[in-house]
Design a protein around this ligand. Structure first.
Ligand code: PMP
Length: 918
């Protein structure tokens, strides 16, 4: 790499750059370019052509892709970037050079001088003023730490433009090398981190603090900062953003036609706008948390005992906490979205002697659960006191009215600081003084669109933060709790709940639950504590669109299903050897859904039991052992069934096992034809061995392979072959049946066949264990002549009540029709995504059972990519998983109550993921 500089560049500075490169390279070989000396040994060589000259340097070339232009940085990328910056700073800690003390307009420690020099020359007033404001705030904040900040030589420009990356295992580009030592300078050590945090942490305005904290965590691990440095970081980031924005804007105004320069100005402006909104106090709290430093917040010093009650008689009332959190037992059936029901819940805790309160720190369900791609604000940062409209509210301590409007006020209490009281009509004016016990307002009626009834919201708010939210996103809960501490001491009663502890929950599971019981997102799983319709909520109150759960076919926590289960569990739940009405009724309803001659039902609890029983029926009835299935496909976990998953391509011999794999068909007619030919050979070979098949077991639409719809007539031919050989045909409808395909209630209808045995589970109980084997009375009776069946809980009154309720909801809510109609829309959206994103190799399935097949391109395997795409989708509020042999198929099988809006949510999250990266 030949680097060319003008003759005006100080050769000492070029020497500084070269030596810094050598120094870092010695500690981290291969990380940075190495200067290559000329034949005469010089590394900085002036070259002249007549009177004109240049300075050239030769550097080694480093392989890798610049990260510039990448739309999204995954946590792994942020950590790698933080590690790169941290190790560079550590490597340069013992380096110095006479030119390192140079004055550089990108150096954050010079922010004051640079703003003074450049800002007046910038023509764009809006940009100039914003940069000026941000810089001013940063300078003020830095001044209190400046004397304690360590200085050293730093690279000074660890950004996405200057880092080279290599694809990691999931196809994410992971930073691995650093180029461009043009900004090497002696400055604050922490500036190395601040610069990287601005560059990498500002992709999303909603995640800036979290992303910067992730990067800092990795930086800190290899290059620890001290308390002052961590405290100064937010202001350093702001200073850097202001400097870049001003420098770039000024350059762009000088060279408006230079695309590189104008693009830089646009980008740095975008970053400044984001950082201008980040409160330093919040970032500081989050950064301390990232570095494992204890919270520096002190709870209010003036406790309630030293002042007056906020509302009359508060001391004598019994405080009753109303649980409005995700894990609340008071809120179900979607009650949190309905004001009347929330009011009712609060009212039941209210009496002459009690005051219901909403606690500090709880993850609220009461807030909006829209289909947002950004994490919603759910963590309550104050305490709510539900009191009658008109209740007087008093100042608890003396102070000043810092602000007041028609919704409430902020008091600046002596010795405590800001206290926000909202939900009241103030009776005092801003700027006035108040004494302890002075009336400051009266509780006002709830706003028309509010979900909570009238209440006084009490919150400690620092004066340094301009816009303090009422609720915070869970990922910033600890930081916001440090900024707005628990007001319990001021109120005189305990009103806080601790933050959720998903890590402890995970640790308990890891300790006591067998490791082969798999976990979604195993590295960092969300703690899911609630389901409602097509949504799952984590313990922090974040809703996710559930695209995984075909089991919850009518939607999570369906009130009709719940009521049926509760009724049965309250009155009778025993085994099917007793005579009770529910068993026959459920059987009758199931049989009515099936074509003749399928007319009797065996009840069990899971799909595995159903398929296992189906095989046993076939073996007993035919007196044979051999079974055909599609090559390595899943029908359940029992010892008999796991053989189908392990079944390689069948080549029967005297020694072979009894389960034989048929080459798997696809939607492609030629492949399907080859599969039929293979099946024919298998049947013939088994016949020749005098071991004709007892049965064939298949999913009529290949769900586990991603929803492969077989060519017309495929199963007809396969069934005919098996039946000609005297075997039974078992249709595994556990995943693909029950209306999910939209056009058909049963997947076998799509193939125009009638099986001898049908197995159902999963959807049958909407998550409650309900499963069945449906067959002909002839087969059942034949089995009965040799054997009987007893399942202790299969077909229990509760199972049957739930089973009937699920069928009722399917009919009443026309969910099969919905699967068809919304399924059409899903097809449209997926086709258009496939046109724009070549990674999509194909879209399979029908209705609301779909597979999106991803193809190999580039070094990362499609499997790894699919996993990383699922992780990114989760960040965007969508829960989805993979299937297929190579786990390269994204499986789409949501509850059937999804709407077109949900499909838009899903498709747009997938679009963002495939466009920005994962
Ligand atoms: N058959 C198929 C096609 C399945 O996908 C599954 C489960 N994924 C089963 C049977 C087994 O069902 P269960 O987990 O209820 O035992």
């Amino acid at each position: 790499m030949l680097k060319v500089s003008g003759l005006d560049v100080d050769p000492e500075v070029l020497d500084l750059q070269n030596r810094a490169m050598r120094h870092v390279g010695a500690a981290r070989p291969g990380w940075v370019p190495r200067p290559v000396p000329a034949l005469d040994g010089r590394e900085v060589v002036p070259v002249y052509s007549g009177a004109r000259g240049l300075i050239v340097r030769l550097l080694t070339w480093l392989p890798g892709t610049p990260l510039r232009g990448v739309g999204y940085f995954a946590p792994a990328v942020l950590s790698a970037a933080g590690g790169l910056a941290g190790r560079t700073a550590a490597a340069l800690a013992d380096f110095d050079h006479p030119a390192a003390g140079r004055s550089l307009s990108w150096d954050v420690q010079r922010v004051g001088d640079v703003v003074a020099a450049i800002a007046p020359q910038v023509r764009d007033r809006k940009r100039r003023e914003l940069a000026g404001r941000v810089a001013e705030r940063a300078i003020a904040a830095l001044s209190s730490h400046e004397s304690n900040l360590r200085r050293q030589v730093v690279h000074g420009d660890v950004t996405d433009w200057n880092t080279l990356a290599r694809p990691g295992p999931a196809g994410q580009l992971l930073p691995c090398a650093l180029i461009d030592f043009g900004d090497v300078v002696r400055t604050w050590r922490a500036a190395e981190c601040a610069v990287a945090a601005v560059a990498f942490g500002t992709r999303s305005p909603h995640r800036t603090v979290q992303d910067a904290a992730l990067l800092l965590r990795a930086f800190y691990a290899v290059s620890p900062l001290d308390e002052d440095e961590v405290a100064a970081l937010p202001a350093m980031m702001a200073a850097r953003a202001a400097l870049s924005a001003l420098n770039c804007q000024w350059q762009a105004e000088q060279e408006p036609k230079d695309g590189y320069v104008t693009a830089g100005a646009t980008e740095s402006w975008r970053r400044l706008v984001i950082l201008a909104e980040v409160p330093f106090a919040l970032a500081h709290a989050a950064f301390r948390e990232a570095c494992g430093l204890r919270s520096s917040t002190r709870p209010p010093t003036a406790a309630r005992t030293s002042g007056a009650a906020l509302v009359p008689e508060l001391d004598r009332l019994v405080v009753v906490a109303v649980d409005l959190s995700v894990t609340s037992a008071l809120l179900y059936g979607g009650a949190w979205t309905d004001r009347r029901q929330v009011e009712q819940v609060v009212a039941t805790a209210s009496s002459k002697t009690t005051v219901p309160i909403g606690r500090y720190g709880e993850a609220r369900l009461t807030c909006d659960s829209g289909s947002t791609q950004d994490e919603p604000a759910t963590i309550h940062l104050g305490v709510d006191l539900f009191l009658p409209v008109g209740t007087p509210v008093m100042a608890p301590l003396p102070g000043r009215v810092a602000a007041a409007d028609r919704h409430g006020l902020v008091l600046d209490l002596d010795g405590v600081g800001g206290l926000r009281l909202t939900g009241i009509e103030p009776t005092v004016l801003a700027e006035g003084r108040v004494a302890s016990g002075d009336l400051v307002g009266k509780i006002s009626p709830a706003r028309p669109q509010a979900l909570l009834p009238a209440h006084l919201h009490v919150q400690l708010v620092p004066s340094s933060v301009r816009h303090v939210p009422f609720l915070a996103p869970a990922s910033l809960a600890t930081a916001w709790r440090a900024v707005c501490p628990d007001p319990s001491p001021l109120l005189g009663f305990e009103a806080a709940v601790g933050p959720p502890e998903p890590q402890a929950v995970l640790a308990r599971r890891r300790r006591h639950v067998a490791s082969p019981q798999l976990l979604y997102y195993s590295d960092d799983p969300p703690q899911i504590e609630r389901g409602w319709r097509q949504w799952l909520y984590d313990v922090g109150g974040r809703p996710y669109l559930d695209v995984i759960n075909n089991v919850a076919i009518v939607g999570h926590s369906h009130p009709h299903v719940e009521a049926a289960a509760v009724r049965a569990l309250r009155s009778l739940n025993t085994n099917s050897r007793f005579l009770y009405d529910a068993l026959g009724r459920f059987a009758e309803r199931l049989v009515a859904l099936l074509p003749a001659p399928l007319d009797v039902v065996f009840f069990v609890s899971t799909g595995s039991e159903a398929n296992d029983l189906a095989l046993r029926l076939a073996r007993e009835v035919t007196g044979r052992r051999d079974v055909l299935c599609h090559q390595s496909t899943y029908h359940g976990w029992t010892t008999a069934l796991i053989e189908t998953e392990r079944a390689a391509l069948g080549v029967p011999s005297a020694e072979s096992g009894h389960v034989h794999g048929i080459m798997r068909p696809t939607a492609d007619p030629a492949t399907a034809q080859r599969s039929l030919e293979h099946a024919r050979r298998l049947v013939a070979e088994l016949g020749a061995l005098d071991r004709p098949p007892a049965a064939l077991i298949t999913e009529p639409v290949l769900g586990n392979e991603g929803g492969i719809v077989l060519p017309t007539g495929h199963l007809q031919q396969l069934y005919a072959m098996v039946r000609d050989a005297g075997g039974l045909c078992i249709a595994d409808e556990v995943q693909v049946g029950y209306g999910r395909l939209g056009h058909h209630f049963w997947a076998f209808e799509q193939q125009r066949v009638v099986p001898d045995v049908v197995t159902i589970a999963k959807s049958t109980g909407n998550g409650y264990p309900v499963a069945a084997v449906i067959t002909t009375s002839q087969i059942a009776d034949e089995f009965g002549r040799r054997d009987d069946l007893f399942s202790s809980v299969g077909g229990s009154p509760a199972a049957c009540a739930v089973g009937v309720a699920v069928l009722e909801v399917l009919v009443e809510e026309r969910l099969q029709d919905n699967a068809r109609e919304v399924g059409y829309y899903l097809t449209e959206r997926l086709r258009s995504l496939a046109q724009r994103h070549p990674i999509i190799a194909g879209v399979h399935g029908m209705g609301l059972y779909r597979g999106i097949e991803l193809q190999e391109d580039g070094p990362a395997s499609a499997r790894m990519k699919a996993g990383a795409i699922c992780d990114r989708m989760r960040q965007l509020g969508v829960i989805i998983s993979t299937t297929g042999d190579a786990r390269n198929v994204l499986k789409v099988k949501p509850p059937l109550c999804v709407t077109r809006d949900d499909i838009d949510t899903f498709a747009s999250a997938l679009d963002v993921t495939l466009t920005q990266g994962w």
